[in-house]
Design a protein around this ligand. Structure first.
Ligand code: HDE
Length: 708
């Protein structure tokens, strides 16, 4: 059984490794008490330091070796502990115990990441996000090492080093950091048509999530589940955020990269500390060979998704992230996700990208974590016993008791011994294989554009605008005209309108589509199934009513503010799981209309509007007048307006909005569609909270003219 910690949050067995660094004497690593930690041992007061100073040498030597190599990709990330529960037994499809027992709370550790940037790069860059989950199951660790996009740039593992070298900073000057907006990325993708579909996702708002808690996750590849009878079902994994999806807008994302490079990491941390636990439902698309054979694409091709219209996503369980790590390095940095970590009942498909990954992740840990015993690091240890004849190596932490390290043996009574498949031992799916040994790309992988078009067709107008602008932005940073032209040539095979919009931004003529391989028309003698548009691929069309939980509202105040209104708004927001923070031009308190000083949480300049989802300007004539006279405050609301965020104000507070040019004189209530609410909290509160749940006011159209 997986062990839970006393408070129900995370793994109980990790408690044994937690070491309190306070409350004891300061010692060397050998336990020798240190009397002076301020001065090194010298020959004379102003003389040289002595080699004999073992205390200094131990300290500096350890410091010199504090770094381990960062991950080759996904170097920047943030992690959290939690648990997973399956809602109903899935034994019909898999014999994995953690998927068959609804009473089991399986501990998990999740690490979210960006891909291209170094460990110290900004969170909010345009990039794919990693979404890796380690399930500590009673039958061993199972890792779903996924992304927040359901497809990938390439079809074969042999292209991965090329792709990564192209997107990373260029080798001669190591620029740009954490950005695909440069020649080598666009050069590679324009010469690699299979990347077209994924590039569409990368240019969409999926690449700038508002929060890790508001993005979807995908296993990407087709995997297999195997039941107790040895029968296999294909499976694609999905994580659906309970709060719904929401993203940043591009101007906001770029500014955040400078003003709060830790934006997503901080949001995850604070959300968990506040008890607003991020939750995700596990969804699966289950299908068999016959279904797979009917699609107009190949399910082994990782540049293709299976539209939910063809195979619905069934929600089968829930993951809750309810505990922050104690130590970033020990847990988030040292956690080692491996695609090869599967448990009985879970197996791979022959996707050629997946096949390479099964090798790569174990291999990379050897240089990243320094040896073959990384599974003994607390965060990586399975919660079930693990025993075999592997021995020694760097960082062996266990004192193995026993006289043998081989199998079969008689000396140790034949232990540890194999477990038959019927009793739970791992077995690969019995798949019949026959084929010629050759380097080849399957003919069924040849259609590189249909699903890129499907993605485009599935977007709302607002999202299409964002995608076209993202292409325009990135290509405007590409120096070589021939690369820009080649990209337009690829887009021409996706959609003529998109091509025209991008071409206009970069001053080139829009080319015509060229003749390319289309989707598979017939599979096994029957017409293949295809879908022209899938609302599930759009963030906005998929949003439903959304959830305000986890959002943040800036409350702008100055001396003379209506204190009771501030308190009432804070309380109402808290009820909806929203954090309201009071901002003024100085810390401390501001005077209130009722004589009770109002505590200030942050200054306006340290917490810009881009760090919030909405703004509230309470009443109080003096406060409103002071804010309207402050350039910082005027800019604050104008910028929030530009970023299509809901804005609420009391009648007096609306002075500030008028000063910023975002409401007209005398305007009250909810302005039809533009997301500005003026009135008492009682009058506008409900509409404001609904707008917060919807996140952005996409119906606002005049924000382009706002000079912020
Ligand atoms: Fe990875 N990938 N990858 N990748 N990947 C790594 O493993 C690799 C791919 C993904 O939070 C590395 O431990 C190859 C697809 C995530 O620790 C490395 C190929 C998907 C993470 C590696 C791929 C991913 C990684 C670097 C093509 C989405 C971060 C450090 C054959 C389904 C996990 C490490 C974490 C990390 C190799 C393609 C997701 C070098 C060879 C497709 C989320 O082993």
């Amino acid at each position: 059984m997986a062990k839970q910690s006393r408070n129900g949050k995370g793994r109980a067995d990790l408690d044994a490794f937690r070491v309190q660094s306070t409350g004891t004497d300061l010692t060397t690593n050998q336990g020798v008490p240190i009397a002076d930690n301020q001065n090194s041992l010298r020959a004379g007061e102003r003389g040289p330091t002595l080699l004999e100073d073992f205390i200094l040498r131990e300290k500096i030597t350890h410091f010199d070796h504090e770094r381990i190599p960062e991950r080759v990709v996904h170097a920047r990330g943030a992690g959290a502990h939690g648990y997973f529960t399956v809602s109903e037994s899935l034994e019909k499809f898999t014999r994995a115990k953690f998927l068959c027992d609804p009473s089991l709370r399986t501990p998990v550790f999740v690490r979210f990441s960006t891909v291209g940037g170094s460990r110290g790069s900004a969170d909010t860059v345009r990039d794919v996000r990693g979404f890796a989950t380690k399930f500590y199951t009673p039958e061993g660790n199972f890792d779903i090492v996924g992304n927040n996009m359901p497809v990938f740039f390439i079809q074969d593992a042999i292209k991965f080093p090329d792709f990564v070298h192209a997107v990373k900073p260029e080798p001669h000057h190591e620029m740009p950091q954490a950005s695909s907006a440069h020649d080598s990325f666009w050069d590679f993708v324009s010469l690699t048509p299979e990347s077209t579909h994924m590039v569409m996702w990368l240019m969409s708002d999926r690449a700038i999530p508002r929060s890790y808690a508001t993005m979807e996750g995908f296993g990407v590849h087709t995997y297999r589940w195997i039941n107790a009878d040895g029968e296999s079902t294909f499976v694609k994994y999905h994580w659906k955020p309970v709060r719904g999806m929401s993203s940043l807008v591009w101007d906001e994302a770029q500014k955040l990269a400078g003003k709060d490079a830790d934006f997503n990491r901080r949001d995850l941390w604070e959300s968990i500390e506040a008890g607003n636990f991020p939750e995700f439902e596990l969804g699966v698309q289950l299908f068999d060979d016959a279904q797979a054979d009917a699609f107009d694409f190949d399910v082994l091709d990782p540049t293709k998704l299976i539209p939910e219209e063809l195979v619905p996503v069934q929600l089968v369980g829930k993951m809750v992230l309810d505990r922050n790590p104690d130590n970033f390095f020990a847990e988030t940095e040292q956690v080692a996700f491996c695609v090869s970590h599967v448990v009985p009942g879970v197996d791979f498909s022959n996707d050629p990208l997946l096949q390479g990954r099964i090798f790569s992740y174990l291999d990379t840990q050897l240089s990243r974590l320094g040896g073959p015993n990384f599974h003994q690091i607390p965060i990586n240890r399975p919660v079930c016993p693990f025993r075999n004849g592997q021995q020694d190596g760097f960082h062996q932490m266990e004192i193995r008791v026993g006289k043998t390290a081989y199998d079969p043996n008689s000396v140790d009574g034949g232990l540890p011994k194999e477990k038959p498949v019927e009793d739970g031992g791992f077995a690969s799916y019995l798949e019949q294989l026959r084929g010629d040994k050759r380097r080849v790309r399957a003919g069924s992988f040849k259609d590189h554009f249909s699903q890129a078009t499907l993605f485009w067709n599935s977007q709302t107008d607002v999202e299409k605008e964002h995608i076209a602008s993202a292409f325009g932005f990135e290509l405007a940073k590409v120096e070589r005209v021939e690369i820009r032209e080649r990209v337009l040539g690829r887009l021409a095979n996706v959609d003529a309108d998109l091509t025209a919009r991008v071409a206009a931004q970069i001053g080139l003529a829009a080319p015509k589509a060229s003749k390319v391989d289309g989707p598979l028309r017939r599979r096994n003698g029957k017409p293949a199934q295809r879908i022209e548009s899938s609302p599930a691929l759009s963030i906005i069309a998929n949003a439903g009513e959304g959830s305000a939980k986890g959002r943040k509202v800036a409350i702008l105040v100055a001396d003379g503010v209506d204190g009771p209104a501030v308190a009432a708004m804070k309380a109402a927001l808290k009820k909806a799981g929203v954090t309201g923070l009071v901002l003024a031009d100085h810390l401390g308190t501001v005077a209130s209309t009722d004589g009770e000083p109002v505590a200030v949480d942050h200054t306006i300049v340290t917490m810009p509007s881009i760090a919030f989802d909405a703004v509230y300007v309470p009443g109080g004539v003096d406060s409103a007048r002071a804010l309207a006279a402050s350039g910082d405050a005027v800019h604050y609301v104008a910028e929030a307006y530009k970023h299509v965020k809901p804005i609420a104000a009391a009648a007096d507070g609306a002075d500030l909005l008028r000063q910023a040019g975002i409401v007209r004189a005398g305007q009250t209530g909810s302005d039809a569609g533009n997301g500005v609410f003026v009135g008492t909290p009682a009058k506008i509160g409900a509409a404001f909270t609904r707008a917060l749940a919807a996140h952005r006011v996409w119906t606002r159209t005049d924000q382009i003219a706002v000079p912020a």
